[in-house]
Write a protein that binds this ligand. Structure first.
Ligand SMILES: Nc1nc2c(c(=O)[nH]1)N[C@H]1C(S)=C(S)[C@@H](COP(=O)(O)OP(=O)(O)OC[C@H]3O[C@@H](n4cnc5c(=O)[nH]c(N)nc54)[C@H](O)[C@@H]3O)O[C@H]1N2
Ligand SMILES: Nc1nc2c(c(=O)[nH]1)N[C@H]1C(S)=C(S)[C@@H](COP(=O)(O)OP(=O)(O)OC[C@H]3O[C@@H](n4cnc5c(=O)[nH]c(N)nc54)[C@H](O)[C@@H]3O)O[C@H]1N2
Ligand SMILES: [Mo]
Length: 651
């Protein structure tokens, strides 16, 4: 659909391609390729054709203004892995079926299932089975989650303090000589790590995370002595200021106790394309540091927290046209209102999506994306992270509407209209690309996969691939990378941080039936879904503030304010609040221009775009400091917008 005034009108694929190509060419002729930017959201990564063609198109344009959802998701994992192994796109998959001790830090697989960093099909069910068979499951989370309910132990530290808990465990392990380093690989930085770990009393670390030192010592003993096991850190800490330190120290804990490339530990899968090819595929041309803030890119893209600056700051390289592929950056990232204003000022905004959401409000073109139920494809790279050599083709459940073209064809035709070559002159489509990738691996071929209705288990699981890879790259493991150690020392030097008594740290939660900010309009649209605008609060904190269930409160941070209703909950530890992520992003009907659905609170208004993890540039989506008071009549409604709801049901 094409924007005409404040409405949209249907247009053909050819009209869209011709108009966008002409406008891009004019922008590039005047301002150069960096005037065109791109953001890819989470669902794009699961759509093989769309993700490859979106990235290839931006690469062919020659722009350096590439932004990705990774910077509000997994960046700290990439940076930690890069520091230790020199490989950013690494996933060490957990061997859940053989672990005796499972330490989960800031992850909630009972709801989220296993995610980036390894695909474990039915992972939560398999993990629960293992616990029934006698494994210990220790969950470290400020909230007593659905996962923690099934654990043998729940430890509830303060948000963003996991690094202290991990450093404490490492200190105990090293002081008592409980470590066993891996034998088949060269490890550097052990002495530096030992010195760093010993440089602070255990009591101070324990106070910082608000867990007794005796509990840290006990956890260290049990983890180190368990025959088989692993530690796994998730998205909770990854979205805080100390995400990289936490993911680094989690890997260190695993390495020091010989949990990597061991049964019941974590290992690097090596299928269905060998690592050489995989590295080549994921090694994008190096990006320079960002123009405005001079930050280093991570895993081939800049931080979403920088996007508004790059659009609004004049000068060479200022973004004037933007492609958003399957993303809702205004809702997903920090400082969304500022980003929304910046998007208003673009010369050209193109959204490739199934809906028009808040981030696409100012779009000049709404390009339809293929729904996953409409796609038939083999997403080869995604299967490289499976815990077994398993691959499956998705099958089309329903045909797309007549005339509807897959998103990759939009990018292909746009490139052709601009005279750009995406694949070195070769004719390419997603199936052909998947077949080439599979052929390069030589483990299973395209027709076999396509023909296997329920997927193919094409080999035996094997371990040791990370050691082979490091040997081939002639790279030792760096236990204590210098910039990580510096960041940790800086933390220890202003230690212990003083917590003002009237402030709380706010974290997020996910819910079943919603995927980040999408599906709110369908499965999340029940009138009485409490998570939409409920802030979970510990009973002690509530009574200290004289608040009760259902009271309206105003939450304020340095970045912004939102209203919410109090949900007193014994599941959340003191000094910490939970506001679910994903709500409060309006959905529009492009034909009428009206918003047709909106419910709950856009909680990321509380998150600023300048407070970032210094190592990974992830904004403080978990852990931002807020104050809270009873809401007054002028603070705005915190209930559902009834008119919108009525309009929604009419539509
Ligand atoms: N139903 C559903 N499933 C999903 C998604 C969804 O939106 N809905 N999203 C998908 C996506 S994109 C992802 S990335 C994955 C994420 O999956 P996970 O990595 O499992 O992350 P979350 O489910 O967000 O759980 C994070 C947990 O960390 C806790 N937490 C917050 N801050 C801290 C902290 O500082 N320290 C510690 N120790 N804990 C903390 C929170 O209380 C929460 O329980 O889930 C995927 N699966
Ligand atoms: N406070 C806080 N903030 C968070 C998080 C949190 O836990 N707390 N989680 C973070 C995480 S882990 C993530 S991954 C991000 C998510 O950030 P985003 O990926 O930017 O946000 P989504 O809400 O997943 O928006 C996805 C968009 O893709 C569209 N879409 C769905 N399927 C397809 C498809 O097949 N093709 C195309 N082209 N489009 C499609 C949807 O309609 C929707 O508009 O949010 C991050 N933000
Ligand atoms: Mo994510």
């Amino acid at each position: 659909m094409r924007r005409v005034g404040d409405r949209y009108e249907p247009a053909s694929h050819e009209e869209a391609v011709a108009d966008i190509a002409a406008r891009l060419q004019a922008i590039i002729a005047e301002h150069g390729p960096d005037a065109v930017g791109g953001f890819n959201g989470n669902p794009l990564g699961f759509s093989f054709g769309a993700t490859v063609w979106h990235a290839s198109f931006l690469r062919a344009l020659g722009t350096h203004q590439v932004f990705s959802v990774q910077s509000v998701d997994s960046n700290s994992k990439h940076v930690a892995s890069d520091g230790l192994f020199g490989i950013e796109m690494m996933a060490l998959v957990p061997d859940v079926d053989n672990a005796d001790f499972i330490l989960l830090i800031g992850t909630n697989p009972a709801v989220s299932k296993f995610n980036w960093g390894g695909k474990v099909p039915n992972g939560w069910r398999r993990l629960k089975q293992r616990v029934r068979d006698g494994a210990e499951l220790v969950v470290v989370d400020p909230r007593r989650t659905e996962t923690a309910e099934n654990a043998t132990q729940h430890i509830a530290p303060l948000p963003e303090s996991d690094w202290a808990l991990l450093l404490g465990m490492i200190q105990v392990i090293l002081a008592e000589g409980l470590e066993t380093l891996p034998q088949s690989v060269l490890v550097e930085g052990f002495a530096e790590l030992r010195e760093l770990a010993a440089s602070i009393p255990l009591d101070a670390l324990a106070r910082h995370c608000d867990i007794p030192a005796s509990a840290l010592r006990d956890l260290a003993h049990r983890f180190a002595r368990a025959p088989r096991g692993f530690a796994w850190a998730g998205t909770g800490p990854a979205l805080g200021m100390n995400g990289t330190l936490t993911h680094w120290l989690t890997l260190v804990l695993n390495l020091l106790t010989n949990r990597i490339e061991q049964p019941g530990g974590r290992f690097m899968p090596n299928w269905p394309i060998p690592w050489q090819n995989r590295l080549a595929q994921f090694t994008k041309p190096p990006l320079p540091r960002s123009r405005v803030r001079n930050l280093a890119p991570v895993a081939g893209s800049h931080s979403l927290a920088e996007l508004a600056d790059e659009i609004t700051t004049p000068g060479k390289g200022q973004i004037r046209a933007l492609f958003i592929g399957g993303g809702n950056p205004v809702a997903a990232g920090a400082d969304g209102e500022r980003l929304a204003k910046a998007l208003d000022g673009l010369d050209l905004l193109v959204s490739v999506d199934l809906f028009q959401r808040e981030s696409h409000r100012a779009a000049d073109w709404l390009i339809p994306a293929l729904h996953f139920l409409e796609r038939e494809e083999i997403h080869v790279p995604l299967h490289a992270y499976n815990d077994r050599p398993y691959i499956q083709s998705t099958r089309q459940a329903i045909p797309p509407p007549p005339g509807m073209k897959p998103d990759w064809i939009f990018y292909r035709d746009l490139a052709a209209a601009m005279g750009l070559d995406l694949f070195g002159g070769a004719e390419m489509d997603p199936d052909r690309l998947a077949a080439d990738m599979l052929a390069s691996g030589g483990m299973v071929d395209f027709p076999t996969v396509r023909g296997s209705e329920h997927g193919v288990l094409y080999g035996e699981r094997s371990m040791g691939h990370l050691w082979d890879l490091l040997a081939a790259l002639d790279r030792p493991i760096q236990l204590c990378p210098r910039d990580f150690a510096e960041a940790l020392k800086a933390k220890l030097s202003d230690f212990p941080a003083v917590v003002p008594p009237d402030r709380f740290q706010i974290i997020s939660r996910r819910r079943n039936g919603m995927m980040n900010a999408s599906l709110a309009e369908s499965t999340g649209s029940h009138r009485h879904d409490e998570t939409a605008d409920g802030v979970e609060m510990n009973p002690g904190d509530a009574s200290m503030l004289g608040l009760a269930d259902g009271d309206a409160v105003l939450l304020s941070s340095a970045a912004g304010a939102v209203t919410a209703r109090v949900m007193v909950s014994g599941s959340i530890r003191a000094r910490t609040l939970v506001l679910a992520h994903g709500w409060g992003s309006p959905l529009y009907d492009p034909a009428s221009g009206h918003s047709v659905f909106c419910k709950g609170q856009a909680r990321n208004k509380l998150v600023g775009s300048s407070e970032l993890d210094p190592l990974s540039a992830v904004p403080r989506l978990n852990g931002a400091w807020v104050t809270l008071r009873r809401a007054g009549p002028s603070d705005g409604a915190c209930q559902f917008d009834e008119t919108r709801e009525a309009r929604q049901s009419e539509t």
